[in-house]
Every structure is written in structure tokens, then in C-alpha cells.
Design a protein around this ligand. Structure first.
Ligand SMILES: [Zn+2]
Ligand SMILES: [Zn+2]
Length: 746
């Protein structure tokens, strides 16, 4: 009986985004989700078997056969094929774009496969080999190799080290056979520690574990776990995962890429041993593939990883955890632009699993879903943990008004309060973290005489001075140049450097406290492999006393000896032209303040700002998330910002400013046409227009946008779908990208 395979070819194009029928050659075993090689037009392509059928309406003669099977198992589980189909509908991508998320990218095109080693074993019973051994006295080395084989199978390289060529000879003599065997590349193989004992749970933790465990027994649930920094959310995750495992189910825990430090991974391995698999971008292609394979084969049941780990091929899922759920990195910036939280929710529904979104500072739109009045389909059950473990106090936060410092004549980047606190901290042998969310030394270079500011030629931004190489850097395109000695505009010599970044803070600490060892953590110091771990390791071991850094140091780090956190410029992120700037400032300050006082010593936080009365700063200092939520929600409702509205734009980039404008105007015209045809859509649109993007030049390209603001109702989805279709059309000389509620609309 002939069988037919319906295949999606691995080519991302709308033209081939449909099933193609192939004949399954006699003797070939196939299953849905399996990857195959098929003839396509004049070449051969990889493809995914979506379904198998016994009949076809097509003419038998034109159906070509599947050429070969790429793996002897379905790389994609049936559930994940279904998920890819759902993604196609939700994110308007091709089916293959969804399918590609489900496997390590290097599997495609055969760039990675199982690592194998040749292993020899006896081909005859041991007694027969013993007899041959006794007879073969002229070759002692070969005898030795054979003796080793009698003990058990050995890798060929090992035997060759005893006697080169001996295995080959033994094989020729019919005494041994050589087979290839799979070996695994285990990341962090060196980190296997002893199992850590379980800490005692706080009442809040206990209640959380109980409530979620109950949901595991009752076909799932969706939770927002809101716990203050240091409240022990991770321990709750671990207990829930154990519970799921005891029921024979697996777990996925998503964390922001930056938190996936070897410390975190090691700690997870200690608790879950070989059951845990880790997926993140710093793994080599081979390691990543091997970890994936361990999950696929059912060997690893707990997966910890960054965004894409949400697609891990676990067959039975009990719980999916999204830690630090407010992080923007959970939304993919490449097509398909999926939100890992949506994918997690889909998979939890499919498996009857529990979904846990965890954070000390949930995003406003997530927290809103845990408030009364939300439709049951969207609702999250709120679980709160308001106490730090072992009854530790939240650190005390002191707000320092930097305007008053200026009045007192202090022009330094450190207030008197922060300088004193740093002195006390170092003298008592503790450690400090200084946070400033800007890298480089000075943020701009300007002429005192005429106000000229040195800007990037390729981008509409000022350039940042880096002391390490003495160059001006563009943080958008990476362009570099020497700073001017005289003003290129007026010829004056009064060139000055303004604003502070991490490098300047580092230098200032070194100047004030010459004995203190300072390290800096930002994009510029963490380029090399393992650089993160080197910097953090030295800090953990106490080899450095002060750690200066950007938001990289705000999350998840747990250093018992840190008693002081200085937020050097709390309002840097406050006045960014973005509706989420206050939310983000609140999150950053709360997270970074939470790094202080995590062990028996109380923590102190000094928050420097030019805007001390701002509600974002005030409530962050009090670490009062709930009050902040109600205030911010009111602001959003009044200002018609998300989640009450949807903001979207079609961003047009072109080498030519004229083209960018023309295409944007044309897109605006098309949108207007659509809205005219659908009066109900038009009614939900608050605002729409074509205009220059706030960042009008980037990497040498002019940028225009069609911006639209709509009420967050059903029609918004329809309008966004139409915009997606417009995005996919080709425009001569211009690129068009759609962004929906983007992280920043520059
Ligand atoms: Zn000048
Ligand atoms: Zn630039």
C-alpha cells in the first residue's frame, strides 16, 4: 500500500507556505514531525512531515518520492506541530517559521549532529577470546588490547593507544567489532556539585507551593507570583517542579538570558542533577544540540533556558515558569515576533499544566490581569509573598536630591551621602554595587562657546566618549572617531565632556578610594566568553569590593556581603520618550535596591536623582509595588496608553529620505483606505498619521513611520493583521517593519 507524506519545505516564503505531497518509498518508515529531504523543483530541500495519508487526489505520475529521512525519530512532537500552526495564525508567519523554532537551528542543513566515537567490543564469547589470547603469544601488545576488550567494550582511540592497529587486526580476525556510539557534550561538566539540602520554607512560600500544587492535581491554572526581592521565589519554583516530577511530568523554567549565569545553572544542577537541561545562547552548537536531544529523548525533564526554551520538546509538561516576567526579552525581536508568555500559556493549556509568571515588579499589563473584573479566559490568580526569607528587612532607601548638592557646590557625580556610605561600607569590610544605566565615560562632547554637539554621521544621536580607547563611540551603529580638540563649527578650544557613564563612575571610585578594588560590568567589559562569570566570580570571592555596572547587575544577583547599593542617576530612564519609562525606572530601582542586605547584614540604598518628588522614584524608594501599580494604571488610562490602547507603527527605513517619506505616505493612504472600508475599525482608532520617526537617521538610513493608536479591543487585532500584510509587501528602495507596543519607539 502506497503512503503519501504531506511536507512543509524548509524555505520561508509565502509562495511555498503550503503542504506538498510526496510518495513514501517502500520500506521507509515516517511519522508526523519527522524531518526529511525531498526533491523540490530542480534541487533537494529539507522539509517537515506534517501528516501521512493513504490516498491522494493528485496524479500518481507527478508525485515524487521522499529522498531520505534526516533523523530516525520525529524531531518535532505532534503538540509542537500544532503550536506552529497556531503561531501561523496568531503571528501571521509561515508555518515553517514556527516549525524552525522547535529545533536547534544548527540541525537544519546538517550543521550539527550526534557526536560519535568508535567503540570496539568482542564479537565472540569471552571464552573464545581467552582461547585466542592464549594462542596469540607473538603479539603481546595485541594481547593486551584483547584483554582490555574482555573486560568490556572500549573506545577505539583508547585501544589504539595501547597498540596501534591492534583493533583493526582483531576485527579482521573476527574477534572484535567496531561500532560508532553517541557521546554527549555536557555544558558545565566541571560544575557537578553535591546535592544541596532543602531550606526551610517561609509561611508565604509554603502557601504558594500548596496553592500551585493543588492546581497541578486539578488540570492546571495560571498564576502571577508577586514576591518582593529576596522573598524566595526560586525555592517555590523548585518545590513545584519537584511536585510535577513526582507526577511523572516535566517542567520548563524561563529566565532572562542575562540571569543564566553559570552560578544559576550550577545551582539548578545541584538541585536536579542529570534531570536538568540548560538551553541558552552561549552554548556551542554541539552542546545546544546535545541538551536538546537529552530533552527530546526524555532523559532530561527539567529545562532551564532563555526565551526559546519555551519550545523545549518535553512530552508531558506539569509546569512552565516565566521568571522576571516583566523582562522585555521574552518578546522575540525577529519574525515570528512571539511573546514567550503567550507560547507558555498555550502549552500549559494543552498539557493541563500550571503557568507561573513570577516577578518582584510585574509589568503593568500582567498585574492588571490579576485584578478583579478580568475575563476568566485572561485571568491570572495572584499569589503574593511580601516577606523576605528569614525575616530579613527590605533595605532602607534614602533619596538624595542632586539639585541641592549642586547648590552646596558639590559638582561630583557622588553626593556627600553616597560618598560617606561608600566609605562606611568599605571600612567595615563589606561590598557595594553602584548602578548607572549608561555605559561609556562621558555621554556627550560639546562646545562651550557655540553649543555644538559631536554627533554620529550615520545616526541622529550624540556620540559617547570612552576613556578606555580615547574614542567617541556611537552606541547605535558602533561607529568610532577621535574627539575634536577644537570645535569644528566655531573653532573655539572650549570643548567639554558632559554626563557620566559607568567608566566615569569607576574612575571616580578609584580616585576617592585608591585602596578599593573596583570592577565594571557593562557591554564593553563582557564581550569575551566567560567575562560575566569572571567579573561576578571575583566579586563573589571578595577579590573586588565595588561593582559598577549597567542594568546587567540589576537582576538576580545574590551576594551576601553587599550592604550598599548606590543608584548614581535614578532618573536617567525616567524621561525617555516612551510610555513605559516610569514603569521601567520603577522596576530597575526596585530590582537593583533588592541586591542589598540579602544576608544577615542590613542593606542600605542611596538613590541620587534630580527629580526626587516623582511618584516613580518615591514609590520605588518605598518598594511599594501596589501603590505604584494603581498610580501608573490611572496615568495610562487617562493618557490612553497600553494596556488600554495598542500602539503600532510601520517603520520605513531607506537610504533616501524622499523614498522613506513617500513610502510612509503611501502606507498611510492604504491604511486610510482600509479604515474607510471598515467603519467599526475606524471607530476604535484614536490617532493615525505618517511622520518622521523620533530617531530620524539610523546607520545612515532615513526613518519615517506610520503611527497608529487604537483602543485595545477586538478591532485592534484586525488592524494589526492588515498592517502585517502591508509589512510583507516589497517596497522599492525601502524596508518596512511592523512594531506593536514596542519596547522603545525611537
Ligand atoms: Zn563651537
Ligand atoms: Zn551611529
Amino acid at each position: 500500500m502506497t503512503e503519501y507524506a504531506e511536507v512543509i519545505v524548509d524555505l520561508s516564503s509565502e509562495q511555498v507556505d503550503r503542504l506538498f505531497t510526496y510518495r513514501v518509498p517502500e520500506g521507509m518508515k515516517l511519522a508526523p514531525g519527522q524531518r526529511v529531504e525531498v526533491p523540490f523543483r530542480t534541487k533537494s530541500l529539507e522539509g517537515f512531515v506534517i501528516e501521512l495519508r493513504e490516498t491522494t487526489e493528485l496524479d500518481e505520475k507527478i508525485i515524487r518520492p521522499v529522498l531520505r529521512v534526516l533523523e530516525d525519530y520525529p524531531a518535532i512532537l505532534p503538540e509542537l506541530v500544532e503550536l506552529a500552526q497556531w503561531m501561523k495564525g496568531k503571528y501571521h508567519c509561515n508555518l515553517v517559521d514556527g516549525l524552525r523554532q522547535m529545533i536547534p537551528s544548527q540541525m537544519r542543513g546538517g550543521r550539527v549532529r550526534e557526536k560519535t566515537v568508535d567503540v570496539a567490543r568482542l564479537a565472540v564469547p569471552a571464552e573464545e577470546a581467552e582461547a585466542a589470547l592464549a594462542a596469540d603469544r607473538r603479539a603481546p601488545k595485541r594481547q593486551e588490547a584483547l584483554r582490555a576488550l574482555i573486560e568490556g567494550p572500549k573506545p577505539v582511540p583508547f585501544l589504539n593507544a595501547i597498540a596501534p592497529g591492534a583493533v583493526k587486526k582483531l576485527a579482521q580476525m573476527g574477534l572484535a567489532v567496531i561500532e560508532s556510539s553517541e557521546v554527549r557534550r555536557t555544558p558545565y561538566a566541571a560544575l557537578t556539585g553535591s546535592a544541596a539540602p532543602d531550606p526551610e520554607l517561609m509561611p508565604g512560600q509554603k502557601a504558594a507551593v500548596q496553592r500551585i500544587s493543588q492546581a497541578l492535581d486539578e488540570n492546571g491554572g495560571r498564576f502571577l507570583l508577586h514576591g518582593v526581592t529576596g522573598s524566595g521565589k526560586t525555592e517555590v519554583y523548585i518545590r513545584v517542579i519537584r511536585r510535577a516530577m513526582a507526577m511523572g511530568r516535566g517542567a520548563i523554567i524561563l529566565v532572562p538570558e542575562i540571569s543564566l549565569t553559570p552560578q544559576m545553572v550550577d545551582w539548578f544542577r545541584r538541585r536536579f542533577g542529570g534531570d536538568a537541561a540548560v538551553l541558552h545562547s552561549r552554548l556551542s552548537a554541539g552542546e545546544r544540540f546535545d541538551e536538546w536531544k537529552r530533552i527530546r529523548s526524555g532523559e532530561a525533564k527539567v529545562v532551564i533556558g532563555a526565551r526559546s526554551a519555551v519550545f523545549a520538546p518535553l512530552e508531558k509538561i506539569g509546569v512552565i515558569i516565566v521568571d522576571e516576567e516583566h523582562e522585555s526579552s521574552y518578546i522575540s525581536d525577529k519574525r515570528p515576533r512571539y511573546d514567550a508568555r503567550d507560547i507558555a500559556r498555550w502549552r500549559c493549556d494543552h498539557h493541563g499544566a500550571a503557568l507561573i509568571l513570577g516577578s518582584a515588579t510585574p509589568s503593568i499589563s500582567t498585574y492588571m490581569k490579576a485584578m478583579p473584573g478580568v475575563k476568566p479566559a485572561n485571568r491570572l490568580e495572584l499569589i503574593e509573598m511580601n516577606e523576605r526569607v528569614q525575616g530579613r528587612a527590605l533595605p532602607e532607601v534614602e533619596i538624595v536630591d542632586m539639585r541641592a548638592e549642586l547648590v552646596r557646590g558639590n559638582r561630583s557625580i557622588f553626593s556627600a551621602a553616597l560618598a560617606d556610605a561608600l566609605k562606611d561600607c568599605l571600612e567595615s569590610g563589606h561590598q557595594a554595587i553602584l548602578f548607572i544605566n549608561r555605559r561609556g565615560y562621558s555621554t556627550f562632547v560639546s562646545c562651550r562657546a557655540c553649543g555644538y554637539v559631536e554627533r554620529c554621521d550615520q545616526c541622529d544621536v550624540s556620540m559617547t566618549y570612552h576613556q578606555a580607547d580615547g574614542m567617541l563611540h556611537c552606541h547605535y551603529c558602533g561607529d568610532m572617531r577621535l574627539p575634536p580638540k577644537i570645535c569644528p563649527k566655531c573653532g573655539s578650544k572650549f570643548i567639554r565632556y558632559f554626563g557620566a557613564g559607568t567608566q566615569k563612575v569607576e574612575e571616580e571610585v578609584a580616585r576617592l578610594f585608591p585602596q578599593a578594588r573596583v570592577s565594571r560590568m557593562d557591554i564593553d567589559t563582557t564581550g569575551a566568553k566567560d567575562a560575566h562569570e569572571k567579573i561576578l566570580g571575583a566579586f563573589r570571592r571578595g577579590e573586588t569590593q565595588v561593582l559598577v555596572g549597567t542594568q546587567m547587575i540589576a537582576k538576580g544577583l545574590d551576594f551576601p556581603n553587599v550592604t550598599l547599593v548606590g543608584v548614581v542617576a535614578a532618573d536617567l530612564s525616567l524621561h525617555v520618550p516612551d510610555y513605559r519609562s516610569v514603569e521601567r525606572t520603577f522596576q530597575l530601582i526596585t530590582q537593583v535596591a533588592g541586591r542589598a542586605g540579602r544576608a544577615e547584614y542590613p542593606g542600605r540604598v542611596v538613590l541620587q536623582t534630580y527629580d526626587p518628588d516623582h511618584y516613580g522614584i518615591q514609590l520605588a524608594a518605598k518598594q511599594d509595588y501596589r501603590a505604584f501599580y494603581f498610580r501608573e494604571e490611572k496615568m495610562r488610562r487617562r493618557g490612553l496608553y497600553p494596556p488600554f490602547t495598542v500602539l503600532a507603527r510601520l517603520l520605513v527605513s531607506s537610504k533616501s529620505e524622499d523614498t522613506a517619506r513617500t513610502v510612509a505616505k503611501a502606507l498611510e493612504g492604504r491604511m486610510n483606505g482600509l479604515l474607510d472600508a471598515h467603519p467599526d475599525w475606524r471607530r476604535d482608532v484614536v490617532q493615525m498619521r505618517a511622520l518622521e520617526a523620533p530617531l530620524k537617521l539610523l546607520r545612515g538610513e532615513a526613518r519615517w513611520q506610520v503611527f497608529i493608536k487604537m483602543y485595545a479591543r477586538e478591532c485592534a487585532d484586525e488592524v494589526v493583521s492588515q498592517m502585517e500584510l502591508l509589512e510583507r509587501q516589497a517596497f522599492e528602495g525601502a524596508r518596512v517593519e511592523l512594531e506593536v507596543n514596542p519596547n522603545a519607539m525611537l
